[in-house]
Ligand binder design. Structure first.
Ligand code: NAD
Length: 700
C-alpha cells in the first residue's frame, strides 16, 4: 500500500485500557463517538448505533434485555448516554404480533413509546426496529461515502458481492421503517455468518456480539471499500474530465460575494436565510466537470443527503472563462424561478392525498462553475451542514460514476421520504425560531465595550454577527469569547478601519461570503476626545470627523448597497451620543462629529424608507464600565474638567442623571436590539436616549 493510501485508511482508535472499566452502555457511547468523530465513517447526524444489554428491571429487579439505541435526532460523534433511547427487547419482539403489513408500517412508530425501559424520555427513532431485529448484541448503521457509492451504483448488488464476498450481504432499497427492520432480521437469520449488509441507495449495517469487534468490523468493511475504490479509479477520468477552469481564490470569493446577497434576497421570503460558501477541491472538481450538470440533475441518493440538500441543486449559469457577474445577476431571477417551478412540479407529480403542504420551493445548494458551491438555510450551522452533505453526495457520485453508473433515488421514493408524515411530525416539533434567527449583523467597534455587548445581544437572539474593529488583539479575544458562548458558526471577525474605504468594502464582501448578506448594521466604532476649542488642533478635529462622521458614512453607504442588492429591507443603528444633542464643555470636535452622525441617520432614514431600510439612533451617555474610551485620555480629561477621579466621575454622572442610575453597555445593547429587530418594525428616523435621563438631550 502506498503511503498516501495508508494515511487515507481509517485507523483503529479503540483503546482497551480506556474501555476496560466501562459498562456496556458506556462502551456504546465510546464506540459511537469514535465512529461519528470521522466524517468518512458517517455524516453529521447520520447513522445510529445500538447495544442489547442485560440489566435489572426497575420494578422487578429481574435481569432484562434492554435495547440501547441512538434516539431521535442527535449525532453519534457527540452523543452521550442520555442521547440513547432504551427499550424492552421482549416488548419490541412482541410488536411483531401487532404488525398489519407494510402499508401500515408507520403506525408501528406509535408503539415504540410503549416499549420504553426505565421511563427514559429520549424518543426512539424510526430506525429502532432496524437495530432491534438484528439478532446480535451490537449493531452499527453508518453512512460512509465509500459504501454509499457502492449502494448508489447501478449494479450495487454485484459490486457488494465482488468487494465483500459473503461477508457482507445486500438488500434492495427500502425506506427505513418497520418493514426494513424485519428484512434485516430475516437476512441475519438466513445468513448467520454474515457480518453486515449494504442497503441499496442508503448505507451500511454491521454487527457483532462484542462491542470492540463490532467497531473493528465497521472500520474493516469501510477500509476495504475505500481501498477498492482507490484501485478502481487509478488513472480513470473522473466526472468525464474538466469542462471549466477555476477562478483564483480571490476571484472565486469575489463572485460569491456578489451572488450570495442577490440569491439570499430572492429566497428569504418567509424566513431570513443564512449562506455558506465552499470551494474545497472536491467541490471545484465537481462544479468544473463535464458530467456535473447531468449528475446534479439525477439528484442525491442517501435519504440523509437529500433531506438536507433537497433532491437536486440549482446550477448557476456562469462561465469562468468569460466571467460576467452582471449578466449572471441579471439572469438569476429566472434561474431561481425556474427551480421553484420545477420543485412545485415534482411536488405535484408525487404528492399523495394526505401529503403535507408544499414546503419552501427554493434550492438549498447552488453550484457555480469555476467558483464553488453556495448553500442556504435558516441558520448558519444548517447551511454549513447542508454543504457538508452535498460534499458527501459528490463523493458518492464520484465513486459510483467511476466504477458503474450512478443512480439517484427514484423520485417517488425521495418524495415519500421528504414529505413523510413522520418527517413532517419531526419538523412540527422544532421549537419556534428566536427573534433574529437567520439575520446577519455587522457591528463596527465590535471589540469595544458597547460593541461587544451589542454583538452578544444579537447573538443571543439567534443572529450571526461579523465583528469589525481596528484593534486586532481585542477583536480576536472578543470573537473567541463570543464563539465559545454561541458557537463558532455564528461569529466572524474582520480587522477594519472605518475610515479606510477599501477596507470597509472588503469587510462587507467578507460578510457576504461568510454569511450570505446583511440585515443589521450597528455603526458604533468610535473614540472620544476632550479639549477647549482653542487647544483643539486641526488633527484632533479631523480625527473626530474621520472616525465618527466619515466612518459612519462609509459603513452605512456600503451597508445600503448590500441591503438594496438583497431587497428585503434592513436595519441600521447608529450609536451616537447624548453629546450629539446636548453641548458639553471642552468637547467641541467630538460633540460636532456626533451631531453629524445623528443628522446623517435622519437623511439615511429618508433614503432607505422606500426599501424598508430603517435607520435609527441610540444615544448613550456616561457608560463607564466596559468602555475602553473611559480608560484612556478621555477619562483623565473628563476627570480633570470635573475635578474628580473615575469613581467620582461615575457617581457624578449618576447624580447628574434624572433617574440617578448608571448606564451600562448592556443597556445600550438592549436599545440597539430593539431597533435592530422587528419589535421596532414601524420606527425609522428615531432617536432613543439611553442616558438615565438628561433634560438637555430631550428630543423635540
Ligand atoms: P470602546 O473604546 O470600548 O469601543 C470602541 C471600539 O471602536 C474600540 O474597540 C475601538 O478599537 C474601535 N475603533 C476605534 N476607532 C476605530 C476605527 N477607526 N475603525 C474601527 N474601529 C475603531 O468605547 P465604547 O464606549 O464602547 O464606545 C462605542 C460607541 O459609543 C462610540 O461611538 C462612542 O462614541 C459611543 N458612546 C460611548 C459613550 C460612553 O460613555 N462609553 C457615550 C456616548 C457615546
Amino acid at each position: 500500500m502506498s503511503k498516501t493510501a495508508a494515511a487515507n485508511r481509517l485507523a483503529n482508535l479503540w483503546d482497551d485500557s480506556k474501555a476496560a472499566g466501562m459498562t456496556e452502555p458506556e462502551k456504546l457511547v465510546y464506540r459511537s463517538n469514535l465512529l461519528g468523530f470521522d466524517k468518512r465513517i458517517t455524516n453529521y447526524g447520520g447513522g445510529n448505533t445500538s447495544a442489547k444489554v442485560m440489566q435489572p428491571d426497575p420494578l422487578t429487579g429481574a435481569e432484562t434485555e434492554v435495547l440501547w439505541v441512538k434516539g431521535s435526532g442527535g449525532d453519534v460523534g457527540s452523543i452521550r448516554l442520555d442521547g440513547f433511547a432504551t427499550l424492552y427487547m421482549d416488548k419490541l419482539r412482541a410488536l411483531k404480533g401487532l404488525y398489519r403489513g407494510v402499508e401500515h408500517e408507520d403506525e408501528m412508530v406509535g408503539y415504540l413509546p410503549h416499549c420504553t425501559f426505565n421511563l427514559n424520555t429520549r424518543a426512539a427513532s424510526i430506525d429502532t426496529p432496524l437495530h432491534a431485529y438484528v439478532p446480535r448484541k451490537h449493531v452499527d448503521h453508518m453512512h460512509p461515502d465509500a459504501i454509499i457509492a457502492i449502494a448508489a451504483s447501478r449494479n450495487s448488488r454485484e459490486l457488494t458481492q465482488t468487494i465483500f464476498g459473503d461477508e457482507i450481504g445486500w438488500l434492495p432499497w427500502k425506506r427505513p421503517g418497520y418493514e426494513l427492520g424485519l428484512w434485516l432480521g430475516k437476512y441475519c437469520e438466513d445468513h448467520p455468518e454474515a457480518k453486515g449488509v449494504v442497503l441499496e441507495s442508503h448505507g451500511l449495517f454491521t454487527w457483532d456480539d462484542d462491542a470492540k469487534l463490532c467497531y473493528e468490523t465497521t472500520l474493516r468493511i469501510i477500509n476495504r471499500a475505500m481501498a477498492w475504490f482507490e484501485g478502481e479509479t487509478v488513472g480513470k477520468t473522473i466526472f468525464g474530465g474538466a469542462k471549466h477552469k477555476s477562478l483564483d481564490a480571490a476571484g472565486r470569493r469575489g463572485v460569491a460575494a456578489a451572488l450570495m446577497p442577490a440569491i439570499r434576497g430572492m429566497i428569504s421570503n418567509d424566513h431570513a436565510m443564512v449562506g455558506h460558501f465552499d470551494d474545497q477541491p472536491a467541490v471545484l472538481e465537481f462544479v468544473n466537470a463535464q458530467a456535473m450538470e447531468p449528475l446534479a440533475a439525477l439528484g442525491t441518493s442517501c435519504p440523509d443527503h437529500f433531506l438536507r440538500t433537497k433532491i437536486r441543486p440549482l446550477v448557476v449559469a456562469f462561465d469562468p472563462a468569460k466571467p460576467d457577474v452582471a449578466a449572471t445577476l441579471a439572469d438569476l431571477k429566472g434561474m431561481v424561478e425556474a427551480y421553484r417551478k420545477d420543485y412545485a412540479a415534482y411536488y405535484d407529480r408525487c404528492k399523495h392525498p394526505n401529503s403535507p403542504a408544499l414546503r419552501d420551493p427554493n434550492a438549498v445548494v447552488y453550484l457555480v462553475p469555476g467558483v464553488g458551491m453556495l448553500t442556504f438555510a435558516k441558520d448558519k450551522a444548517t447551511a454549513r451542514i447542508s454543504a457538508e452533505f452535498y460534499v458527501n453526495a459528490i463523493n458518492v457520485m464520484r465513486g459510483a460514476s467511476a466504477v458503474s453508473e450512478y443512480c439517484g433515488l427514484p423520485e417517488q421514493e425521495a418524495f415519500d421520504i421528504e414529505y413523510w408524515l413522520l418527517e413532517e411530525a419531526k419538523l412540527q416539533r422544532i421549537p419556534k425560531p428566536k427573534s433574529l434567527a437567520g439575520r446577519i449583523g455587522f457591528v463596527t467597534g465590535g471589540a469595544g465595550g458597547i460593541g461587544s455587548a451589542t454583538a452578544d445581544r444579537l447573538l443571543r437572539e439567534g443572529a450571526c454577527v461579523m465583528l469589525a474593529d481596528i484593534d486586532e488583539a481585542a477583536l480576536a479575544e472578543t470573537a473567541r469569547t463570543l464563539a465559545t458562548r454561541y458557537g463558532s458558526d455564528v461569529v466572524r471577525s474582520v480587522a477594519m478601519n472605518v475610515t479606510d474605504e477599501a477596507a470597509v468594502i472588503a469587510a462587507y464582501a467578507q460578510t457576504a461570503v461568510e454569511f450570505g448578506g446583511l440585515d443589521i448594521l450597528v455603526s458604533n466604532a468610535g473614540i472620544a476626545s476632550s479639549a477647549p476649542i482653542e487647544d483643539t488642533s486641526l488633527a484632533l478635529w479631523n480625527r473626530n470627523m474621520d472616525i465618527l462622521s466619515t466612518g459612519y458614512f462609509l459603513v452605512s453607504r456600503e451597508a445600503f448597497k448590500i441591503l438594496k442588492a438583497q431587497g428585503i429591507g434592513g436595519s441600521v443603528v447608529f450609536i451616537a451620543s447624548k453629546n450629539g444633542l446636548a453641548a458639553s464643555p471642552n468637547a467641541a470636535a467630538y460633540c460636532t462629529a456626533k451631531a453629524a452622525e445623528i443628522h446623517l441617520a435622519r437623511c439615511l432614514a429618508l433614503e432607505g424608507a422606500g426599501e424598508q431600510i430603517r435607520v435609527n439612533v441610540v444615544n448613550p451617555d456616561a457608560v463607564l464600565r466596559g468602555s475602553k474610551i473611559w480608560s484612556g485620555d478621555w477619562l483623565s480629561q473628563r476627570a480633570s474638567t470635573y475635578q474628580t477621579d473615575k469613581e467620582g466621575l461615575e457617581e457624578m454622572y449618576r447624580q447628574r442623571s434624572l433617574l440617578k442610575r448608571s448606564v451600562l453597555p448592556e443597556d445600550i445593547a438592549e436599545a440597539t436590539y430593539f431597533f435592530a429587530s422587528d419589535l421596532s418594525a414601524k420606527s425609522t428616523g428615531n432617536i432613543l436616549n439611553v442616558d438615565a435621563g438628561n433634560v438637555q438631550a430631550f428630543t423635540r
